[in-house]
Ligand binder design. Structure first.
Ligand code: BDR
Ligand code: CA
Length: 312
């Protein structure tokens, strides 16, 4: 099984991604690390612990990470999309377990060193923890199998700003640092995630099942879907973070193109934008595999089979 570490800012679609990874027989989730983004890091940790308990997966260790960007102040949380508590204001029982003592960056370093060339790091929040891990232990770069990063918008509009995606925007310097670190990176950005939608019909199926887990997912996703509708996306809500997990479970869900990608850290109008050099003769060699196509039908079906139909 593929060894993965999930780095999350749980978050509604993060919760779906965690559930997808935990249920996937192809994956061995070594641990979950938390960061700020959709919410504060303490809230991300709490949500992650609560969710893992709900999923009967509390044996998976959780490590709390960065509370703020590398060099900037914390931005406002994404409560319009994820609710005040990050989970669409749906309440779960207080966690019975706690996060481990070690920090997220420390866990990343020790797990990567313990399993050289075997660990895939899936980031679905800000890139701060991964940047901190590489800064503290640059020797891990050649030991990481791959980083699959949900973030960016190379060929399509942004979501946090007209040109920038939320996870990159949350800490542009961290993203820029990770992108130039030499790490093998697959970027699962809005270019592909906006094509993978959960619809109202899917929610009905969760409601019909009527188990504690299926009710939870139906409730958080109806909040998410309404937020999407308010933002002008009426067909459904995007499975951003689950697609990053999907790209590890079955890399043929996506098609990527090697590209030189830079992150705008200027603080100006395009701050946080991921700029891919798509010219025939780019100025620098590729540093990122950018996903530009997705087999949305096959991925969504696989996600549903593994998350929705395992709720009983
Ligand atoms: C990303 O931003 C967060 O709001 C989501 O959880 C996802 O990781 C989408 O841009
Ligand atoms: Ca996220």
């Amino acid at each position: 099984r593929e060894k993965v570490i999930l780095d999350v800012d749980t978050g509604i679609d993060d919760a779906l991604a965690i559930s997808y990874a935990v249920h996937a027989t192809e994956l061995d989730v070594l641990g979950v690390t938390t960061t700020f983004g959709n919410i504060a890091v303490e809230e991300a940790t709490r949500n992650t612990l609560q969710l893992l308990e709900l999923l009967d997966a509390a044996h998976i260790p959780v490590f709390q990470g960065a509370a703020k960007p590398l060099f900037r102040e914390l931005k406002e949380k994404a409560k319009l999309f994820h609710g005040e508590n990050g989970l669409g204001n749906v309440q779960l029982p207080p966690p019975r377990t706690a996060a481990r003592q070690a920090s997220a960056a420390h866990f990343l370093i020790s797990a990567i060193k313990a399993h050289p060339h075997e660990v895939t790091v899936v980031t679905v929040g800000s890139l701060t923890n991964l940047a901190l891990a590489i800064m503290a232990a640059p020797e891990i770069v050649p030991l990481v199998k791959r980083a699959v990063v949900m973030g960016g918008a190379v060929t399509v509009p942004g979501n946090r700003t007209p040109v920038a995606e939320a996870n990159i925007c949350a800490d542009p310097e961290a993203a820029a640092y990770v992108f130039q670190s030499g790490l093998p990176i697959t970027l699962v950005g809005l270019d592909v995630t906006m094509q993978t939608l959960l619809t109202r019909d899917h929610l009905q199926e969760w409601r019909r099942r009527d188990t504690p887990v299926s009710r939870f997912f139906a409730d958080i996703c109806s909040f998410y879907m309404e937020a999407y509708a308010r933002a002008g996306h009426v067909r459904g809500c995007a499975l951003h973070d689950p697609l990053a997990v999907g790209a590890v479970i079955d890399p043929t869900f996506v098609t990527s193109v090697p590209m030189h990608v830079q992150v705008d850290t200027s603080g100006g109008l395009s701050d946080g934008r991921t700029i891919g050099d798509r010219r025939p003769q780019p100025a620098a060699p590729p540093n990122v595999d950018v996903c530009l196509e997705v087999d949305a039908g096959r991925f969504v079906e696989h996600f549903l089979q593994n998350v929705m139909f395992r709720c009983d």
